[in-house]
Design a protein around this ligand. Structure first.
Ligand SMILES: [Zn+2]
Length: 328
């Protein structure tokens, strides 16, 4: 099995966005240490819009200049160590303001790519791609949409072609979230095996020029979510997230999770990391070839770091931990 451990490298987008040190730098250093122990590489989908905003606003705010330089240094370090840094676009940064030492995100009207007009979309994609390649000193080939909002793919197709982006990893089979911010429906996807596509990220096309690498997903029971919330309360030192911000509310939040459970991505975040081995085993039983896992440095916990360590140790001999830059 090919296993892709991917991490969206970003701040929080809720009321409190958190600090660069706690949400990005420190947990990413923990991940670097872990990969050195096991000699594997990770993929980081970098929220470049944040960096662009830091660049544009750092003239008036010295703390932002500091953040910008720290991120730049870590991204270069990750690249030098052989980790894969790929494009992740959260376009809301275009409308974000830095007021009295805090980010104001304005997510109501401008969260996802489709909230922007065509001209803005082209300019955002070009600017972020160019910034990314300037920092890491090479071209990239993979993409993950901010908030998984890759729909409609028509908004991305010509931009993928223009920048030679061949791999997308924004989908999660069976997941559907519709809310003020989110607009995604991946219920047509039955499997998380990679496939070729041309114009629709949920429809296979053997002659398609792009490859979709869905993030694996599975059903998590209410029992799982009860444990998640209770363990967090009982053992905060193990289960407290590294990041010091808070999330944008996801549709069908806590109540639905605790009563019905839900289909959610395979994740190395917090308590979700406890299910990684189970998900891998399920996929092996299905005869699958690939597992894509999503995580976020900001959501790393002592517990998840330990589980990730176990997961890699247990599976590295019989599987191949890959990154998108390894793909032909
Ligand atoms: Zn993101």
């Amino acid at each position: 099995m090919d296993i892709f451990l991917t991490f969206d490298y970003e701040l929080f987008f809720g009321e409190v966005s958190g600090s660069v040190d706690k949400c990005m730098l420190e947990p990413a250093e923990e991940l670097i240490r872990l990969t050195e122990k096991h000699n594997i590489k990770l993929t980081f989908f970098w929220d470049v819009g944040h960096y662009v905003a830091l660049k544009e606003k750092s003239e008036h705010h010295s703390t932002l200049l500091n953040d910008k330089e720290k991120i730049e240094n870590q991204i270069r370090k990750l690249t030098e160590l052989g980790h894969d840094v790929q494009l992740h676009i959260h376009p809301h940064w275009e409308k974000a303001e830095f007021v009295e030492g805090a980010w104001k995100m304005n997510l109501e009207k401008h969260y996802k790519f489709s909230d922007f007009n065509k001209e803005e979309r082209i300019s955002i994609f070009r600017k972020y791609y160019q910034t990314l390649t300037e920092v890491i000193g090479k071209n990239t080939s993979a993409f993950r949409a901010g908030g998984w909002c890759i729909q409609p793919f028509a908004h991305f197709k010509s931009l993928f072609q223009e920048h030679n982006i061949r791999f997308d990893s924004s989908t999660m089979p069976g997941v559907k979230w519709i809310s003020d911010q989110y607009q995604l429906d991946f219920t047509r996807l039955q499997s998380s095996e990679p496939f070729r596509f041309s114009s629709d990220e949920c429809e296979e096309d053997d002659n398609g020029e792009f490859m979709e690498y869905p993030i694996a997903s599975t059903y998590y029971s209410p029992w799982f979510f009860w444990k998640l919330y209770v363990l967090g309360r009982l053992f905060p030192e193990k289960h407290k997230m590294w990041g010091d911000g808070n999330f944008v509310a996801q549709p069908g939040g806590k109540k639905e999770s605790l009563t019905k459970g839900k289909i959610h991505h395979a994740s190395s975040d917090g308590y979700f990391a406890s299910q990684l081995q189970h998900i891998l085993n399920l996929k092996k039983n299905l005869g699958n070839s690939t597992l894509v896992v999503i995580g976020h440095p900001k959501s790393l916990t002592r517990y998840s770091l330990g589980k990730l360590d176990e997961f890699i140790a247990q599976n590295k001999a019989d599987n191949c931990f890959k990154t998108f830059q390894d793909l032909p």
